[in-house]
Write a protein that binds this ligand. Structure first.
Ligand code: KG4
Ligand code: ZN
Length: 325
């Protein structure tokens, strides 16, 4: 079995995965959303302290599995340095105490492998990764061959939802609240401009849309929030769809996946389904409970890395914000 730890942002999570079958034997996550909500975003120092409390509490529950562990896996990049270090330090301690190797896992690969929890892998895939930290299109041919073909030059898709929610004093994380508010709103009332619509580049940008929404919030009243949320969500998704359509002209998809915390957005899922129809492409999605950060996805990557003997020496296990796959 492999014990995996995730602490890249505001979720403390540990999982136990059986190597031979990929079966998830244990998974527990303690989320810090409530604590960060008053600030309208994640406060790194607070997140770090909360991980230091939560991770040992979860680890205590894993004691019965200790004698069966063959490796300990941990998210080492990308993420907040002060929170990653909590998981990495715990992994090093476990590695020394139980005399087992460490597997340092890339968080973004984790999101891609959230598609394969308790399942076989499936490649090649075109992946849209939408989270709080990233907005990327990735061509994933295999575990080793993953290439980022488009990314954002400023805010990410999920982050723009967080910031819009903050403008409306709706707490953190913004994705689920904005999605809910938008359900009763008029998507056409605010004709925000689709970012980069005149640019030939296949790239994303959310800062301009965020500022347009800020003006609408300032000029409007709370009565208008649902229409602003609906119009914002509509344009935020239209931007992804427009750029994907452009990309598909030269790279038609066969198997497409949406991963990351924001892949839980049902409006986005619907629009992507419609986009894929003419191509007859299949759509892969993670289970809703594994879209946001979790340790099960880190464990699933770790099984792959364990079988390839991809262990990380203690002195080479560094935390970083580098997102190279
Ligand atoms: O993957 P994740 O848990 O953490 C990162 O790796 O960043 O993603 C969290 C992000 C947050 O920005 C959150 O607001 C967004 O995903 N999110 C959503 C939805 N649910 C979560 N964004 C839009 N619609 C949602 N339903
Ligand atoms: Zn994530």
């Amino acid at each position: 079995m492999i014990l995996s730890i995730e602490s890249s942002c505001d979720d403390s999570a540990i999982a136990i995965t059986e190597i031979a079958t990929c079966k998830l034997l244990f998974h527990k996550k303690i989320s810090q959303e409530l604590e960060h909500s008053v600030y309208g975003g994640v406060v790194p120092e607070l997140a770090s302290r909360l991980h230091a409390e939560a991770l040992p509490r979860i680890l205590e529950l894993c004691r019965p599995y200790f004698s069966e562990l063959k490796a300990v896996a941990v998210t080492s990049t990308p993420g907040l340095a002060v929170t990653l270090v909590e998981g990495v330090t715990m992994a090093k301690a476990i590695s020394i105490a139980l005399k087992i190797p460490i597997i340092g896992v890339n968080h973004l690969k984790g999101h891609i492998y959230s598609l394969f929890i308790e399942k076989e892998t499936q490649f090649p895939l075109t992946v849209l990764l939408v989270s709080g930290g990233h907005t990327q299109v990735i061509q994933a041919k295999s575990f080793e061959e993953m290439k980022v073909v488009a990314s954002t030059s400023d805010d990410s898709f999920g982050e723009s939802f967080d910031k819009v929610a903050k403008m409306m004093n709706l707490g953190y994380p913004g994705g689920p609240v904005i999605e809910k508010l938008a359900l009763d709103g008029d998507r056409k009332r605010y004709p925000f401009t689709i970012p980069l619509h005149q640019s030939p580049l296949i790239a994303f940008s959310y800062s301009g849309l965020k500022n347009a929404v800020r003006l609408a919030v300032l000029e409007g009243t709370e009565e208008d929030y649902k229409d602003i949320a609906a119009s914002f969500e509509h344009i935020a998704v239209a931007h992804l769809i427009q750029k994907l359509k452009k990309y598909f002209k030269t790279n038609p998809p066969k198997h497409f996946a949406i991963v990351g915390g924001a892949s839980a957005n049902l409006y986005l899922r619907e629009q992507i389904k419609t986009l894929l129809q003419p191509f007859g492409a299949t759509l892969l999605l993670s289970e809703l409970k594994y879209c946001s950060d979790n340790a099960a996805m880190i464990g699933r990557v770790a099984v792959e890395m364990y079988n390839k003997k991809m262990f990380t020496p203690h002195d080479a296990l560094h935390v970083s914000s580098r997102s190279e796959l």
